[in-house]
Design a protein around this ligand. Structure first.
Ligand code: PEP
Ligand code: MG
Length: 364
């Protein structure tokens, strides 16, 4: 009982004193943020905002997708703006004084569109009585349908294609932070651009974000950075660092795109055979593949630091909470790992062990 709790507490205290890596959590709600803090997270490394567009808000997203004029689009975005401002306020409040990396929307588009089959059946059954909205939706779903949504209109691409979408989110972040400042809080938002493959993409998104931050003013300061989750981003990290104050490695997508394995389907098909054959000992989605994906991470760390020596480096893929991978991230010299709140204690412990094991040989 008490003794066990105390010895665990002692071990964690040692690990925390020893470790060089900071540990943050992935959290999208104030509840998760609070849980993360209780587990000892030192901030949020990934707040996925796409989840905030589902559920009851789907209606508003449909209005956005259906908008055919600037005015319609602005109306749709204006309806989402106050909801987002409240979302970010809640999270910044819960994480007061700690960094909160908010990633601009990165939806696989198919998750936002109504189901094609369902909608087709609905419209077909209704016949002449089908609503105008459903007809237009069906047309839009057809138009936006992609064979490979995970390689499609995602991440920064969506932000560059739908004018005002990223700006709405950045404004909501800035206004929420300004609200916190007015309440006497210490908000530390970091704005993260997803799925960037080139400095040009990042520059477009960053300029838009900087413009909005300047407009809102109010003494709000926010870092702007990017995910590194495509091989091209890793290979051109030296250029990308010109426009990024931080990198966060998205090792889920980076593993998917480096191996060419689908994140979503692979477990069911040939992975067990690959494990049997010893092609790998453990799924590369679980433990970071040092030779391939890890090599890209190393390249990006080196190139990024060459361009911008003080660049902040972290990881927010599932690997951030995997013990073996945490050792790797320590070795390559990241500043922090970010993982699910429940994994935070494990990450703290492993980060401590990694520091102790490399003490003496640690050049940093
Ligand atoms: C990643 O790709 O590793 C990542 C953290 O982003 P997501 O899982 O949301 O694609
Ligand atoms: Mg990703």
């Amino acid at each position: 009982g008490d003794e066990l709790v105390q010895s665990v507490h002692r071990i964690m205290t040692h690990a925390d004193a020893a470790r060089r890596l900071a540990v943050r959590a992935n959290a999208d709600t104030p509840e998760d943020a609070a849980r993360a803090r209780r587990f000892g997270a030192q901030g949020i490394g990934l707040c996925r905002t796409e989840h905030m567009f589902l559920g009851e808000r789907r209606q508003l997203v449909e209005d956005l997708i259906l908008a055919t004029s600037d005015a319609e689009r602005v109306t749709a975005l204006d309806a989402l703006a106050p909801l987002q401002r409240a979302d970010f306020h809640g999270i910044l409040k819960e994480m007061d004084g700690l960094p909160v990396t908010i990633r601009l929307i990165d939806p696989p588009l198919h998750e936002f569109l109504p189901d094609l089959t369902e909608l087709s059946v609905k419209v077909a059954l209704a016949g002449a009585d089908a609503s105008e909205k459903d007809r237009r939706l069906l047309e839009a779903v057809h138009r936006l349908h992609e064979q490979n949504p995970m390689l499609g209109l995602r991440g920064v691409r969506l932000g560059l294609v739908i004018p005002g979408l990223f700006a709405m989110q950045v404004r909501a972040i800035a206004e929420a932070a300004a609200d916190r400042l007015a309440e006497g809080g210490s908000p530390r938002p970091e704005i993260m651009i997803p799925l960037v493959g080139s400095i040009q993409e990042l520059e477009h998104a960053r300029e838009e974000a900087e413009g909005v931050l300047a407009e809102v003013g109010g003494g709000v300061e926010a870092l702007i950075g990017t995910m590194i989750e495509l091989p091209r981003a890793a290979l051109t990290a030296g250029q990308i660092a010109e426009g990024a104050e931080f990198f966060s490695f998205g090792t889920n997508d980076l593993t998917q795109t480096t191996w060419g394995f689908s994140r979503d389907d692979v477990e069911a098909s040939f992975f067990s055979r690959y494990l049997d054959l010893g092609i790998f000992g453990v799924s590369p989605f679980e433990t970071l593949d040092r030779d391939g994906v890890g090599r890209l991470v190393r390249i990006a760390v080196e190139e990024g630091r060459k361009t911008r020596p003080g660049i902040k480096l972290g990881v927010c893929g599932e690997h951030g909470g995997d013990p073996e991978s945490v050792h790797f991230f320590h070795e390559v010299g990241l500043d922090y790992v970010s993982c699910s709140p429940f994994r935070v204690p494990v990450a703290r412990l492993e980060a401590g062990r990694a520091s102790v094991e490399t003490a003496g040989s640690d050049s940093r």
